[in-house]
Write a protein that binds this ligand. Structure first.
Ligand SMILES: *Cc1c(COP(=O)(O)O)cnc(C)c1O
Length: 952
């Protein structure tokens, strides 16, 4: 081989991340453009994106950087975070993530690149892990049913408030919140209550409930100060009023304390963070919600249930309102869509690994450390204010500032209360040495005692009357996988059942399942990002602050808006924060009466659900035959509601996957009637570097960093849903009591799910302005290539001018209805080919929406198209009368290994069933269950681990 001398520039290219992120290389790109009849990418893009919005300016971002360079730069930023021991508590506790879970779940793409388990047959692994989560929560809280999961403890409390309003007998207007709840929880509950006219009464549960007419009560157990109250009488009195009681409870404490369900609580909520999930400067963490069985149909969030498959064998799936949520729109029980699946799974595996004895041992140890710490302080003449506690107490001191200063000098953060009190929370990572060091701070010159001596004499501080007597986690799953070998294999066994991005493309329209690069993921588990408490002093989080400011600038550059808030921890929360900003803006101009929100019929289900939560009334705007917003209908409705028009929520490019030409006109109409324009930015993957919602008429948008900006979906969360706003809305962005900006928060933590922000920062840095633009172009090219290849076999709905689509395309299956073949049949048959189905029946019933993203190579696109075409041939066989739909490989899909053994009495062959194309012989994914029966599951709702006898 002869080595040509290459320019250094070209050698450097090899370190280029862009070509790693974007699937098709230059020759494939040319082939696809040629297939579509275009000479160049530029000519193609000019045909797709309307000239009126196409921006000619390059993004105001840096040039592309290599993976190595960016990691190096991020190392420098991370090193500006100082990892102290945070004994601040307030809902966040340090924890040991078991390394077997860290590497094989949190850092494992088989788990983190999966999608929400809407297709149950290819999701049995994560569904089982989530069922374990629900079982764990139900057991620990003493309630009957739990969901999986909510976004954080504070939003779970807010969800519980509206839940009580729906369920309680009392029709009072007030919701009582104990002043001993976590302050950020109280703030978020207040935010949520205001637009829907609920009056929040904060007070002392012992005195202020008397005579108060309320529909619900929120209590903290143990309280923010660590006190453990017996709430039995309070619950009884609340029930007498027709009110429901919500208890925000600490899961670790519940291993030792009487659970809320046993003292009459109707709902328990809280965080599962301390079960192995790093602090991460506030998130992401899973919140839980548990209640009584009778309330299961009005519970917010997703619930995993047990059903049967086509062979009558047990199979898991999402149950009940999970599916209804998108249909129920403004009548939905909540707007939560993306939840915290990955974090719920970490927490559930923490319980699987430790088991009930292990958890109790951890809790006992935490309590003994706290009891010893308090006893030592007493001996140093410090007054511990608590009558009882589990892991948290308050100490009276003469000069709190001095104590904090002394603690920080040895790398410890305590909770700031006031000038004469400090709070201390210990956790499973607190060592005797740390306790002794802390005594030194309080000793003020006196000799500090030794831990062993004090601990031996320290009494327990748990109230005897509230000791837990009931068993929990008795199911075998929590009593089997306690050796690392067993745990490793359990994790592997579950992930092997699932299809995630590490095996196949996941062409889900509107969900943007693109590459989650390893380089982007690596920083997430650095301790400089994982080990920071959300309420740590700012000077310890300078790395985070730099990263946050830089990411905000990057997103401003991408969207054309003026300001960004990173606080919302999912798209749904971004929508909510955005509508609140609109609401605040109208109110500030004396137009608080504006409450109509126009929403096209094609909108994502979260849009109307969010508008409802923001106290707005939804007016639906129709769509025309080509899927665009019906401008005449919009004009009529805007005119009709002119005086009270608050906003329009549109998705761009439309949910139909088209760059609507009329978007400028739509924005103008709404503005001319005094309304604001909310552009749902879930489809930003078609726009970055090409056009900017902040420049073509939007006032506010949310982005989904877990779609466009490479945060993995985690099997259904985490996510980040930042909002961008034009300057007039900037004063109404969410704030937090721990931020400079103190306005109403929408989430528990000031910067939401901060620990996953490095993913998006890294992506943008590596791609630079050129790479981001190329990614959008390729996403659009890939979608059009798929549309073109499938067009001879299936009608493609809603092409824009020139017959082209945006970054996704809708395949219409309705014309095939006469054959008896359904969308479900096609979706499930794709599993036999090893593919995840596209988005089903959204935004149009009877269709599949395909979004390939820029990360898929032409080879993978062809493999997918060939599967779709092979399926079409099977449908043609039905059309020709050679097959009956009821006895076709479509109807019986997916085919398990079991299904093709034994007697075979179908009119198609076993080979046709499981090896419909040759390439599958070498690499076959076997669905672990046959088609799951939804109706059976909803009739016989079981939402915790079934007894082992069911498996026999
Ligand atoms: C994904 C999506 C949302 C909701 O985002 P979540 O993070 O799941 O809450 C809203 N609108 C559209 C169009 C989406 O695709």
């Amino acid at each position: 081989m002869v080595h040509q001398r290459a320019a250094f520039e070209d050698l450097q290219q090899h370190a280029d991340f862009i070509a790693r992120h974007i699937g098709p290389a230059e020759p494939e790109k040319k082939q696809m453009l040629t297939a579509l009849g275009f000479e160049s990418m530029d000519a193609f893009i000019r045909k797709v994106v309307p000239a009126s919005i196409l921006s000619e300016q390059p993004l105001d971002l840096g040039t592309p950087r290599s993976e190595a360079e960016v990691l190096e730069e991020l190392r420098g930023i991370a090193s500006r975070n100082k990892v102290f021991k945070s004994l601040i508590g307030m809902g966040y506790y340090d924890t040991h993530t078991p390394p077997v879970i860290l590497r094989n779940l949190l850092e494992n793409p088989a788990w983190y690149t999966a999608y929400t388990p809407y297709q149950p047959e290819i999701s049995q692994g994560r569904l089982e892990a989530l069922l374990n989560f629900q079982t764990m929560i139900a057991d620990l809280t003493g309630l009957e049913i739990a969901n999986a999961s909510l976004l954080d403890e504070a939003t779970a409390a807010a969800e519980a408030m509206t839940f009580c309003q729906r369920v309680a007998k009392s029709k009072a207007k007030a919701f009582f919140v104990s002043k001993d709840c976590l302050p950020q929880t109280i703030d978020v509950v207040r935010t949520r209550a205001e637009p829907i006219g609920v009056e929040v009464v904060v007070g002392d549960h012992r005195t202020d409930l008397e005579g108060l007419d309320c529909f619900g009560v929120l209590l903290q157990y143990p309280t923010v100060d660590g006190e453990i109250h017996d709430y039995k009488d309070i619950v009884a009195r609340a029930h007498d009023k027709g009110a429901l009681v919500v208890v925000a409870a600490d899961l670790l404490a519940l291993t030792l304390l009487t659970p809320p369900g046993e003292f009459g609580a109707d709902v328990a909520i809280g965080s599962a963070q301390r079960f192995g999930v790093p602090l991460g400067y506030g998130g992401p963490h899973a919140a839980y919600f548990a209640t009584r069985d009778a309330n299961k149909r009005v519970m917010p969030g997703r619930v995993v249930g047990v059903s049967i498959d086509s062979h009558g064998d047990k199979a898991y799936r999402l149950a009940l309102q999970t599916r209804e949520q998108h249909i129920r729109r403004e009548k939905a029980t909540s707007n939560v869509c993306t939840a915290q699946v990955l974090l719920a799974n970490i927490a559930s595996m923490y319980a699987v690994y430790h088991g009930p004895q292990g958890l109790q041992t951890i809790a006992r140890r935490v309590h003994r450390v706290a009891a010893a710490l308090a006893e030592g302080l007493r001996r140093l003449d410090c007054e511990v204010r608590n009558a009882s506690f589990f892991d948290t107490f308050v100490v009276r001191v003469s000069d709190a500032a001095k104590v904090h200063q002394g603690a920080r000098a040895i790398g410890i953060n305590l909770r700031e209360i006031d000038a004469s009190h400090v709070g201390i929370s210990v956790d499973e990572t607190t060592t005797p040495a740390l306790v002794e060091a802390l005594w030194g701070v309080f000793a003020a010159g006196k000799a500090a005692p030794s831990f062993a001596a004090v601990e031996a004499e320290a009494a327990d501080r748990l109230p005897a009357g509230l000791a837990r007597r009931s068993a929990y986690l008795t199911h075998p799953v929590f009593n089997t996988h306690h050796s690392e070998t067993e745990m490793l294999r359990y994790l592997r066994k579950l992930s092997d059942k699932d299809l995630a991005l590490d095996r196949t493309m996941i062409p889900l329209g509107s969900c943007t399942m693109k590459l989650n690069a390893t380089t982007e993921m690596i920083p997430v588990t650095w301790k400089e990002f994982g080990g920071i408490h959300p309420f740590a002093p700012l000077d310890q989080a300078q790395g985070y602050q730099q990263l946050i400011v830089e990411l905000e600038h990057m997103l401003v550059a991408c969207t054309g808006y003026d300001a960004v808030s990173l606080q919302p921890n999912a798209g749904s929360q971004g929508e909510y924060a955005g509508l609140l900003a609109i609401r605040g803006y109208h109110a500030s101009r004396g137009e608080g009466h504006r409450n109509i929100c126009l929403i096209p019929s094609s909108a994502h289900g979260t849009n109307p659900a969010t508008a409802h939560m923001a106290g707005m009334q939804v007016v639906v705007v129709g769509c025309d035959d080509s899927g665009n917003v019906d401008v005449a209908d919009l004009r009529a409705k805007a005119e009709k509601h002119s005086k009270v028009l608050a906003a329009i929520m549109i998705t761009y490019p439309s949910t139909h996957g088209v760059f609507e030409e009329a978007v400028g006109e739509i924005c103008e109409i709404v503005h001319s009637h005094g309304g604001q324009v909310y552009i749902d930015g879930a489809n930003m993957n078609a726009m970055v570097g090409l056009c900017q919602p902040g420049k073509f008429g939007g006032d506010v948008s949310h982005l989904n960093l877990h779609k466009t900006f490479c945060i993995p979906h985690g099997g259904g969360g985490p996510g980040v849903g930042p909002i961008g706003v034009r300057s007039h809305l900037a004063p109404f962005l969410p704030g937090h009591r721990m931020m400079e900006k103190q306005s109403a928060p929408v989430c528990a933590a000031p910067w939401g799910s901060a620990s996953i922000l490095p993913i998006s920062w890294t992506y943008i840095r590596m791609m630079g302005r050129q790479g981001l633009k190329q990614a959008s172009e390729m996403a659009i090219l890939n979608a059009n290539y798929v549309a073109k290849r499938l067009a001879d076999h299936y009608p493609i709905l809603y092409a824009g001018e020139g017959g082209l689509v945006a970054h996704e395309c809708i395949v219409d299956l309705r014309p095939l209805k006469d054959t008896g073949v359904t969308v479900d049949d096609v979706a499930k048959r794709l599993m036999d080919f090893g593919f995840h189905a596209p988005t089903m029946s959204f935004p149009v019933p009877g269709t599949l929406m395909i979004e390939p993203t820029e990360s898929e190579s032409k080879e993978e696109l062809d493999r997918f198209c060939e599967a779709m075409i092979a399926i079409r041939d099977e449908i043609r066989a039905i059309e020709r009368g050679e097959l009956k739909a009821e006895d076709s490989p479509l109807r019986h899909a997916p085919h398990t290994a079991m299904a093709i053994t034994g007697e075979w009495n179908h009119s198609y062959s076993r080979e046709q069933a499981v090896f419909p194309v040759k390439s599958l012989r070498q690499a076959k994914y076997w669905p672990p269950v046959g088609r799951v029966d939804n109706v059976y599951g909803d009739r016989n709702v079981v939402c915790s681990c079934p007894p082992m006898s069911d498996y026999e």
